[in-house]
Design a protein around this ligand. Structure first.
Ligand SMILES: *Cc1c(COP(=O)(O)O)cnc(C)c1O
Length: 581
């Protein structure tokens, strides 16, 4: 035996020295993480170096709202694919340098001048949790390959079940690839429940998915990819003022389905639309669904899904004492906090809820979570026989019912770490803080006669507004444009001005323009925030309200920045008008 080992060792040694593959393999020892607790782990060193390098892309001082010093898009689209893998090996250092270079010019989501959309800077605990999951690769397809890490998904179900007013013990959740993934999961759940043999025979009946005109366009992705077909989406009218689902119209739709024996797969309540922050009345929708059930002899019960990917975090205010106001929010924002908390209370009536941690959860992608009230039903409905080469080593084996097979733990860890870090009060403070900044912003808009906030009644995180030429009384002009078809030409002209200001600001951001030594804000605009009042039936594609848009999502934003942003908007307006005259 001893002799054999010696021979093997010496053979190995000879091979190591002699062959080229073995030389490469030896190099690789420092290009893979150590498996033992060595004094110096190449991984820790490499990560440290990479984070330091990428952090160098942050500006010195306030700087621009993008990373690095080159804001241009440096992709040669005609030639970018004329590339093959290199023949020889590179070094880890080189690849990390090349990777860091790709981040040059990327929007800096944490920068106080970045406020273009519901895109938050991720919190440190969630980033680190997600990165850790990349190092040892837990796979939450089953317990065996994720071991104690799958507790993050199970505890997320408990924490979210509690938050939404469900029995946490029966709540289940699956982290998946986006709010669109949650929507898709809900369509599958609904079809499996309502069309009972659809899992075996395929979707052979035109069941309907009902959502509002304000619902997210991912309704098309989900119904298309699930094989139901996009034509089976029924869109319910929304109230012109609140943007919420019109219950009367919903009732008509449900009644018609019942009278014609057409099964309803699901009704979707959108809880927080991106622009208007509209919330659908979940409790009333539940009552209507119970009043107009599917034919029980042929079909299962329709599902009630809440697409809360944007609005879910407002549920953290459910037990906030608005009288005592322990976090000392200013009294002006209390009504908004209350309204949002009340709207979210409705989600307790849903069967399933979509949650995006990468939106109003300050976490990295992809950390969306599909949460369901009755884990036994969902997991039973979607159950498949297990695999011959995987053995259950824990009671938790989602591969038996998930869309995905291998499931990274990055999302689970990011979402879980975020909830553990913020807690209820952290969420309350960060959400309320945005409304405080926004309240200040709306006061700035009100102080200028030529600007007007066009969503003053919304309680969400976004402010939409229009800027008019100097000397124009914005409030009066906007009122006419909104209500009077005689002013449609003017509406269209000022829509064009709004878009031109938005584009001008985008170009300034991308050119690295400075005003008095300071870079300009990265904001955006909507080309269809709402319809004009005389266009309620949405038949005139021109009678839409365009609006500039400020989403002050990150914690580095201050009231002073809000004021500066509006100064820049007015300067952009002046430049646009001077170019067109
Ligand atoms: C963003 C959004 C989606 C899609 O979510 P992703 O995470 O981008 O896939 C769905 N619904 C609503 C209301 C959204 O705002």
């Amino acid at each position: 035996m001893k002799k054999y080992e010696q021979n093997w060792d010496s053979d190995n040694q000879i091979t190591n020295d002699a062959s080229n593959w073995a030389k490469y393999r030896k190099d690789m020892l420092s290009a893979f993480p150590a498996y033992q607790n060595e004094k110096s782990d190449p991984l820790a060193k490499a990560i440290n170096k990479a984070v330091e390098a990428i952090d160098q892309l942050r500006p010195n001082g306030e700087g621009p709202a993008y990373l690095g010093s080159d804001p241009k898009l440096n992709i040669d689209f005609d030639h970018v694919k004329r590339i093959a893998m290199p023949n020889g090996m590179s070094t880890t250092e080189q690849v990390i340098d090349d990777t860091v270079a790709l981040f040059e010019g990327l929007p800096n989501w944490g920068h106080p001048l970045t406020m273009c959309n519901v895109i938050p800077q991720a919190n440190t605990a969630s980033i680190v949790a997600a990165v850790l999951s990349e190092i040892f690769s837990p796979n939450i397809l089953e317990g065996e390959y994720s071991w104690n890490v799958h507790r993050a998904e199970l505890e997320s179900a408990g924490m979210l079940g509690n938050l939404f007013g469900w029995n946490p013990e029966n709540t289940g959740c699956l982290y998946t690839y986006g709010g669109s993934g949650c929507w898709t999961y809900h369509v599958k759940y609904a079809l499996s429940r309502v069309l009972k043999d659809s899992r075996q025979k395929g979707v052979r009946t035109d069941a309907k998915v009902i959502c509002s005109h304000q619902a997210h366009y991912t309704m098309l992705n989900s119904t298309d990819w699930m094989g139901l077909g996009m034509d089976n989406v029924i869109r319910v009218r929304t109230d012109v003022h609140t943007n919420a689902m019109d219950l009367q119209h919903l009732e008509e739709v449900l009644k018609e389905c019942r009278d014609n024996d057409i099964p309803v797969a699901s009704v979707v309540c959108t809880m927080g639309t991106t622009d208007a922050n509209a919330f659908d009345p979940v409790e009333d929708v539940r009552k209507l669904l119970d009043q107009y059930p599917n034919n029980p002899e042929k079909y299962g019960k329709a599902l009630l899904y809440c697409d809360s990917v944007v609005g879910w975090a407002w549920a953290t205010f459910k037990e906030y004492d608005f009288e005592a106001n322990p976090l000392q929010f200013s009294k002006e924002i209390i009504p908004s906090l209350k309204a949002n908390a009340q709207a979210l209370a409705g989600v307790q009536y849903a069967d399933a809820i979509g949650v995006d941690f990468h939106k109003v959860g300050w976490s990295p992608y992809a950390s969306s979570c599909f949460v369901y009230k009755d884990s036994e039903e969902f997991e039973g409905l979607l159950k498949r026989p297990g695999s011959a080469y995987l053995q259950p080593r824990s009671p938790y084996n989602p591969l038996d019912y998930t869309l995905e097979v291998s499931r990274a733990a990055t999302g689970s860890l990011a979402g879980w770490a975020t909830m553990k870090y913020f807690g209820y009060e952290g969420f309350q403070a960060i959400l309320g803080g945005i409304l405080e900044n926004q309240h200040f912003l709306r006061n700035v808009l009100a102080a200028h006669t030529e600007t007007i906030c066009v969503n003053p009644e919304d309680h969400g995180l976004v402010t939409l507004f229009r800027a008019y030429p100097e000397g124009v009384f914005a409030e009066e002009e906007y009122r006419k444009e909104l209500t009077d078809p005689a002013y449609k030409d003017q509406l269209v002209r000022n829509n064009m001005l709004t878009k031109a200001i938005g584009d001008k600001l985008y170009h300034w951001f991308r050119e690295g323009k400075q005003i008095n030594g300071r870079y300009t804000p990265y904001i955006s605009f909507s080309t269809g925030f709402r319809v004009a009042e005389y266009n309620r039936d949405d038949t005139d594609p021109d009678a839409y309200i365009f609006a500039l848009k400020i989403f002050p999502m990150n914690v580095h934003i201050t009231p002073e920045i809000m004021r500066y942003a509006i100064d820049c908007v007015l300067l952009a307006r002046d430049e646009v008008l001077s170019e067109t005259c």
